[in-house]
Design a protein around this ligand. Structure first.
Ligand code: TYD
Length: 431
C-alpha cells in the first residue's frame, strides 16, 4: 500500500477507553433516572446522543442532557480511565520513521482527544487531531474524515473498530482497515479492505516491508535502600498503560548465565573476592544480559526496563571500590557494545538515609555489609556522573519523599522526557 496519511479512530483503535466511557455512560443514565443496556460496551464508539436514545430510550432533548452529564464526569475523571493498546507506540513510531502522516479522527470532542493524546504519550507521533468542537452537533464520521482529508495529503486509509468508521470511510471514498482487537463485532468489518487482529498485525498491513522503529531502553539507578524495587513496579505499570510492551530485567543477572554470575557475586561466603574480579563479574553478567536480552528486545521495538546497568558499576566499582570511573566505563562499553539507556531514572538519596531504610527492612548480603565510606563514595560517584556528561539522559527524583510522592514525580517526569525524546527524533529526521 502506498499510503501517505493514516486516519485513526481513537477509542477502541488507539486506546482502550472502555472503562471511562462505560463509567460515564452509567453515571449519566443514573442522573437521568433511566435504565441502560445489558452490555454497556455498546456506548464505546458511536455518537453518544444516538446511544442514549437507542439504549436508554431517551428523546432528543433528554439524550442531549444525558450527554452533558456524561461530559461532566468525563472531564473530571473519566478521561484518565484509559490505556493505550499494547503495540501502538511501536506502530506510530514506525509510521513516523516511514514518513507517513498519522491523524486522529474521532467522534470525541476534539478538546478531550487532545488531552488524551497528550496524557498517554501519543501526541509526538500524531500530525493532527480532528473531532467535533465542544458545542458542535456531533457530525458523522464521513464529515470528520472529509475534514481530515482537506488538511492532510492523500492517499488515505481509515483505521477504526466500528461500522461507523468503515461506512464513513466508504462514503468519503477511501479504503478502511477494521481494528478487530477493538470494541466492534466482526460483522462491522463488512466493506473494510482488511481486518487487523492486533496493533502488530495492523503495522504489518500498513508497512509490510518496514521500517520498524527501535524500542526504548530505560534503566533505574540509586544507592542500596533508595526504594528502587517499589518504584520499578509503578514505572512498569505506567509504561504498560502507555502501550509499551515491556521486557523487565535486572543486573547483576537478568539472564540464565548472568543469574549464575549474580549468585557468585552476592554470596556472603566469598569474602576473599578481589575488587577487580568483582568488576569483571559485573561486566560479564552485563555482557550476557545486553546481548541475549536487551539488544534483541530493542530490535523488536519493545521497551526494556533494567534494574541497574552500567552506571551501577561506574558508581560502585569505579567510585565505591575506587577502581576509577573511566576505566569501569571503558570495560563496560566493550561488554555491552556501547548499548546505553535512552533514559535513566535516578532515585537520589543520601547514603545515611538509605542506610537507615536498609537496616529497617532486611538482613544485609555481602555488599550491603560494606562500610559507610563505601556507600558515601558510591553516592558521590553517581552525583558526579549525572552532573557531568551523562546528565542528559537522567531523570533525577528525590527519593527521600513519601513513596506516593516519589511515584508521582517520577511518572510525570518520565512521561515528559519520553515526549522530549520523541521531539528530538523528529527534529533529527527533519534535518
Ligand atoms: P540489587 O540486587 O539490584 O540490589 P538493590 O535491590 O539494592 O538494588 O544489586 C545488588 C548489589 O549489587 C547492590 O548493592 C549494587 C551492586 N552492584 C554493583 O556494585 N555493581 C553493579 O554493576 C551492579 C549492577 C550492582
Amino acid at each position: 500500500m502506498d499510503i501517505q496519511t493514516v486516519l485513526f479512530d481513537l477509542d477502541g483503535t488507539l486506546t482502550r477507553s472502555g472503562e471511562g466511557i462505560i463509567n460515564c455512560a452509567r453515571y449519566a443514565a443514573e442522573q437521568m433516572h433511566c435504565r441502560g443496556p445489558e452490555d454497556w460496551s455498546v456506548f464505546i464508539g458511536p455518537p453518544l446522543v444516538d446511544s442514549f436514545r437507542r439504549f436508554c430510550g431517551l428523546g432528543e432533548a433528554a439524550a442531549e442532557e444525558a450527554v452533558t452529564w456524561y461530559r461532566k464526569r468525563f472531564r473530571e475523571v473519566g478521561w484518565e480511565e484509559n490505556a493505550v493498546y499494547p503495540g501502538i507506540p511501536r506502530l506510530l513510531r514506525s509510521l513516523r520513521a516511514a514518513g507517513i502522516h498519522a491523524v486522529i479522527v474521532t467522534s470525541k470532542p476534539e478538546e478531550f482527544a487532545v488531552r488524551i493524546a497528550e496524557r498517554f504519550g501519543l501526541s509526538p507521533f500524531i500530525d493532527g487531531i480532528i473531532g467535533p468542537g465542544m458545542g458542535e452537533q456531533q457530525p458523522d464520521k464521513e464529515h470528520l474524515i472529509r475534514r481530515a482529508m482537506s488538511q492532510f495529503p492523500g492517499l488515505y486509509v481509515m483505521v477504526g473498530d466500528r461500522v461507523f468508521d468503515v461506512e464513513g470511510a466508504a462514503r468519503a471514498g477511501i479504503p478502511s482497515i477494521f481494528a478487530a482487537y477493538g470494541y466492534g463485532r466482526m460483522e462491522e468489518a463488512e466493506g473494510a479492505m482488511a481486518a487487523a487482529e492486533s496493533p502488530q498485525a495492523l503495522l504489518d498491513l500498513l508497512l509490510p516491508e518496514g521500517p520498524r522503529a527501535r524500542g526504548l531502553f530505560l534503566s533505574m539507578e540509586g544507592v542500596d535502600g533508595c526504594g528502587k524495587s517499589t518504584q520499578q513496579q509503578a514505572l512498569v505499570a505506567e509504561m504498560q498503560r502507555l502501550g509499551w510492551e515491556i521486557v523487565l530485567t535486572r543486573e547483576p543477572g537478568g539472564e540464565e548465565i548472568a543469574e549464575k554470575i549474580r549468585q557468585l557475586i552476592l554470596d556472603p561466603g566469598n569474602t576473599g573476592m578481589q575488587d577487580v574480579t568483582e568488576a569483571y563479574l559485573y561486566a560479564a553478567s552485563r555482557a550476557q544480559n545486553a546481548r541475549m536480552r536487551i539488544l534483541p528486545a530493542l530490535e523488536r521495538g519493545e521497551m526494556v526496563i533494567c534494574d541497574r546497568y552500567v552506571d551501577s558499576s561506574i558508581a560502585y566499582q569505579g567510585g565505591g571500590r575506587q577502581l576509577g570511573m573511566d576505566r569501569i566505563r571503558e570495560l563496560n562499553a566493550w561488554a555491552t557494545e556501547n548499548c546505553m539507556p535512552d533514559l535513566t531514572v535516578y532515585l537520589r538519596m543520601e547514603p545515611h538515609e538509605a542506610l537507615a531504610r536498609r537496616l529497617s527492612t532486611s538482613v544485609p548480603d555481602r555488599l550491603e555489609r560494606e562500610q559507610d565510606s563505601f556507600f558515601q563514595r558510591t553516592f558521590e560517584a553517581y552525583e558526579k556522573l549525572y552532573d557531568g556528561r551523562d546528565g542528559w539522559r537522567v531523570v533525577r527524583v528525590n527519593a527521600a519523599n513519601s513513596i506516593e510522592a516519589v511515584t508521582q514525580e517520577m511518572l510525570m517526569r518520565v512521561r515528559q522526557r519520553l515526549a522530549d525524546l520523541a521531539k528530538r527524533d523528529r527534529q533529527n529526521e527533519q534535518e
